[in-house]
Design a protein around this ligand. Structure first.
Ligand code: IVH
Length: 754
């Protein structure tokens, strides 16, 4: 029997020492995964079993007990990591209304309650019900002193440090007239944009998939380390208050306006309604805007406006009588997973799509949903470690579908109790279903990609669709539908073919466009003209249109501005190639080293032999190094974009295709900035530290208008460093390299704004 299974009493002291050490590491890692990454690695039961064994060893061998014993640490439930806060005024919940008639009944109850008051008109506020976590923030003499979660309504957890990281929670109240003590209440939430950005960052690091903004916001608030919370960019709407040392308003409406004046964000859809018709109209307005709000809401809350009347109407159990939540149709639903299809995107990414038994979610019938990626379906990461409690998802399962706003429906959970007998784990293909090429998953990437490049029809079509899109070539009369059709007909395989369409299918050819269904002489001629017109194209549009991974509109514009013309860009990318390879090798070597140091060859996945071979290679030329440093030093462009770009241009088939395209084009160079009289034209400038009079983007834009290049890092190519307070390593580097350093005022003087 292995020592890891043996009863604690049966362990020798040395075996116990080893076992104690092993458990200490496992439990520490599990704690870190739970608390810091919000991504439990172990089930609660497994965790508890390990912890029990750990404590049993400590009890049987007290000498082994470490100074940093986990028995001293707070338990496995995150709530226990925080101090308790008793709410002086309980945090209540709300009764629900589902139909318009429920709201009519609610208002009628109010009228009945106050029927003795002749002529009393009951006004109600109406506002979105934010789908986040409520928090109570205590201010004493205008200073934020403590913040707590709702908890069970009576007792919450002290999460002050985490709440302080939220920009929308003021540390000091603004304005005047606030009570000496006031508990401001509201909702902490994560916007859709931030949620998407977090998932993108996580995917880029091969990390976990976050399923919905609410749970992610909850996990973010529960972090024991506030610096993790800070990175999540949470937001806060104030809508209520708890204990106050003195009355500060007569009505709900007035009170909330005051919260706004004191520095809180209040919801822009907060409205005072004079009757039930206005309340329902506002509900339907908010419902119609739901998709574009940019954050999740799950209904509308109505509150009686007059605060004295609120008190008189009173409370039932844990909810006020004077308020009600009018819910939207659910955004979560359970249904059967009928099949898993794999779609291939423009960059070759294989995306799993759930085909569902149609189900209504949030008022819309959903039959497809994303399954994110390979690891999400397996419930394990690339190295076989369980994620999300280790649930895998199989065809035939009952799955929960989540849909909110304008986001793509997602499979959010699976019910293992309803799993049909005999189901098998899904085998994620390692072959592209569209072209049969090998689909490869790179180190650190959560996505498997088809290696077929242009021979893969799915990638080719997606690339063409991107090529003709709005921000790219935007050819009138040539939308996604048309390129798809032309591709299916074999008329267009790659972007260059668009520009030979007239020669091959114009008037007088064997297969004329004008003879095709849906086309005529006029429309065909119009299309050819539109194509001809686009032979002259701006550099930034061309770069964007190529559809290179990580190269979006902003990066394309940055590149165009930096290099000015196509030839210069091409030359720079070609020159940077050897240095880029060298960079990848060095990165891989670091990985190997790290893994070795941790004595964990399994994690390395890269054969040490290869690392050794790289180390033996000669260094790359100074020119190549310079080109690479210049490229990755452009503000907004780092190593990831650099590698994607240089590699795309170096890939033979891709390069040939780009060359064929450009042969048809006249690429308009980026307009040279107006540099007459500029003292910084042609200089490479780096901004570092805090700028006090300009924002970074203002400073960058101004510098570029004056013909300077703005870089993100200091290198031998840097001419000038503008350093503000708090400047660190870049300033040091500049000093070491003997580069001129000036402060913000000197910079303003230099650019004529001082
Ligand atoms: S008022 C006494 N207003 O909904 C009134 N609650 O179901 C207490 N919520 O725990 C709440 N948006 O977390 C109110 N505009 C809003 C809200 C809101 C979201 C949440 C809050 C509360 C829950 C009650």
């Amino acid at each position: 029997m292995a020592d890891t299974e043996r009863d604690v009493a049966g362990l020798s002291e040395s075996a116990a020492r080893a076992e104690y050490q092993r458990l200490h590491e496992l439990l520490s890692a599990a704690d870190a995964a739970y608390f810091e990454k919000d991504n439990p690695e172990l089930s609660d039961a497994d965790y508890d079993a390990l912890k029990r064994r750990y404590l049993a060893i400590e009890a049987a061998f007290p000498d082994l007990r470490r100074a940093d014993s986990l028995s001293e640490k707070v338990g496995s439930a995150p709530a226990e990591g925080f101090a308790k806060v008793i709410h002086q005024v309980p945090m209540l919940s709300l009764a629900n209304a589902f139909e318009d008639s429920d709201v009519e009944d609610f208002v009628a109850r109010g009228k009945k309650f106050f029927e003795r008051e002749a002529g009393l008109r009951l006004a109600f506020t109406a506002e979105p019900k934010i789908d986040g976590l409520s928090a109570s923030l205590r201010y004493e003499k205008g200073r934020f002193v403590r913040g707590a979660t709702r908890g069970d309504g009576a007792v919450g957890e002290d999460i002050t440090a985490n709440l302080r990281t939220i920009a929308e929670i003021p540390d000091q109240l603004a304005g005047s007239g606030w009570p000496d003590v006031i508990e401001v209440r509201g909702e902490v939430y994560m916007s859709h944009a931030e949620f998407r950005a977090l998932n993108a960052r996580s995917a880029a690091e091969g990390g976990q998939v976050y399923v919905n903004p609410r749970n992610t916001a909850a996990g973010s608030l529960r972090q024991l380390d506030p610096s993790v919370t800070a990175k999540r960019n949470l937001k806060f709407f104030a809508y209520a208050w708890g204990h106050v040392s003195e009355r500060f308003a007569e009505t709900q409406f007035e009170a909330v306006q005051k919260l706004g004046e004191w520095g809180f964000t209040i919801n822009p859809h907060f409205k005072l309604c004079m009757n039930v018709e206005e309340m329902l109209a506002h509900y339907h307005l908010i419902e119609s805007r739901r998709a574009t709000l940019g954050y999740d809401i799950d209904g509308v809350v109505y509150k009686l406006d007059d605060l004295r009347l609120q008190e008189r109407w009173g409370y039932v159990a844990r909810a006020p009588r004077w308020a009600i939540a009018h819910k939207f149709p659910a955004e979560l639903a359970w249904t059967e997973l009928e099949a898993i299809d794999i779609q291939v995107g423009r960059t070759g990414a294989l995306s799993p799509v759930a085909r569902l038994k149609p189900v209504t979610v949030g008022g819309v019938v959903v039959s497809n949903a994303t399954l994110h990626n390979e690891d999400y379906i397996a419930g394990r990461d690339n190295e076989g470690n369980p994620i999300r409690g280790g649930k895998d998802i199989r065809v035939g399962d009952w799955v929960q579908v989540y849909r909110a706003g304008d986001v793509i429906p997602k499979v959010a959970d699976v019910d293992l109790d309803r799993r049909p007998a005999g189901s098998a784990p899904f085998q994620f293909p390692h072959i592209c279903p569209e072209c049969g090429s090998e689909a490869i998953r790179e180190e650190g990437d959560s996505v498997r990609r088809c290696s077929g490049g242009l021979i893969c029809p799915a990638q080719a079509v997606e690339k063409l669709r991107h090529f003709v899109s709005r921000a790219a070539f935007d050819i009138e009369g040539l939308g996604s539908k048309q390129v798809e059709q032309f591709h299916a007909d074999g008329w267009i395989d790659e972007p260059a073919d668009i520009f030979t369409l007239r020669d091959r299918h114009g008037p007088g050819t064997a297969q004329q466009l004008q003879d095709k269904d849906g086309w005529g002489e006029k429309s065909a001629e119009k299309l050819f003209d539109a194509i001809d017109a686009r032979q002259t194209i701006d550099l930034r549009r061309l770069i964007f249109a190529l559809g290179i991974r990580h190269v979006g509109e902003v990066v394309s514009a940055d590149l165009a501005r930096h290099y000015g013309n196509w030839r210069a860009l091409l030359a720079a990318l070609d020159q940077a190639y050897p240095a880029m390879e060298r960079h990848l090798e060095a990165e891989a070597a670091v990985l190997v080293e790290r893994a070795r140091a941790a004595d964990d060859a399994r994690k390395a996945r890269i054969k040490p032999v290869r690392a050794a071979a790289w180390a033996a290679e000669p260094a790359v030329s100074v020119q190549s190094r310079g080109a690479w440093d210049e490229l990755t030093g452009i503000e907004g462009i780092g190593d990831t974009v650099g590698v994607a770009l240089v590699a795309a241009f170096a890939q033979q088939a891709e390069r040939a295709s780009i060359n064929r395209l450009v042969a048809h084009l006249e690429v308009v160079a980026e307009e040279a900035p107006d540099t007459a009289g500029s003292r910084v034209a042609g200089k490479t400038v780096v901004f570092t530290g805090t700028l006090e009079k300009l924002t970074r983007s203002e400073a960058k834009a101004k510098a570029e208008r004056l013909g300077a290049k703005v870089a993100g890092s200091v290198s031998a190519n840097t001419d000038l460093v503008v350093a503000g307070p708090g400047a660190g390593s870049k300033l040091k580097q500049a000093e070491q390299l003997g580069i001129e350093v000036i402060d913000e005022d000197a910079w303003l003087a230099l650019v004529g704004e001082g």
